[in-house]
Design a protein around this ligand. Structure first.
Ligand code: UDP
Ligand code: MG
Length: 136
């Protein structure tokens, strides 16, 4: 079967702070994802700025980069068929108050900035984001 993809998931600082990473990983496994690699790290503000540079013109960019670098995160490579879109569906809307029942952001998110998880938005960006964290 083709269409096997990889995507990057990040458990953001608000969720790691609440020690939710194992529960979030269980959601991925139950939804058919394989966790190919994972690590718990803390990144610098300049690394966060590089990671989120697509958003550099947005009003929330500074706060977003401060936030992602504010505490430990868990970064993971997820693999399954259609991993990119299926992870986006599992995550739910960016704003947890607008996310569907059963989605990760509905279950765990606190606010639009503290929305617990990141997921790549395209196969192309998934490759870039996986390389960002896992190229040795
Ligand atoms: N974000 C924010 N305020 C906004 C929009 C986005 O703080 O008005 C944050 C939010 O944490 C989001 C991240 O910026 O996850 C990246 O935004 P994007 O639009 O790419 O959302 P995502 O792809 O994460 O759903
Ligand atoms: Mg995005």
């Amino acid at each position: 079967m083709s269409n096997i993809e990889r995507t990057l998931s990040i458990v953001k600082p608000d969720a790691v702070e609440r020690n939710l990473q194992e529960e979030i990983k269980k959601n991925f496994i139950e939804n058919g994802f394989s966790i190919i690699n994972e690590k718990k790290i803390q990144i610098s503000k300049s690394e966060a700025e590089e990671f989120y540079k697509v958003h550099q013109s947005k009003p929330f960019y500074g706060e977003l980069c401060n936030y992602l670098s504010s505490g430990p995160i868990v970064v993971m490579i997820l693999e399954k068929q259609n991993a990119v879109i299926d992870n986006r569906k599992l995550m739910g809307a960016t704003d947890p108050s607008k996310a569907d029942e059963g989605t990760l952001r509905k279950k765990y998110g606190i606010s639009i900035d503290k929305n617990s998880v990141h997921g790549s938005d395209s196969v192309e960006n998934a490759k870039i984001e996986i390389d960002f964290f896992f190229s040795s």
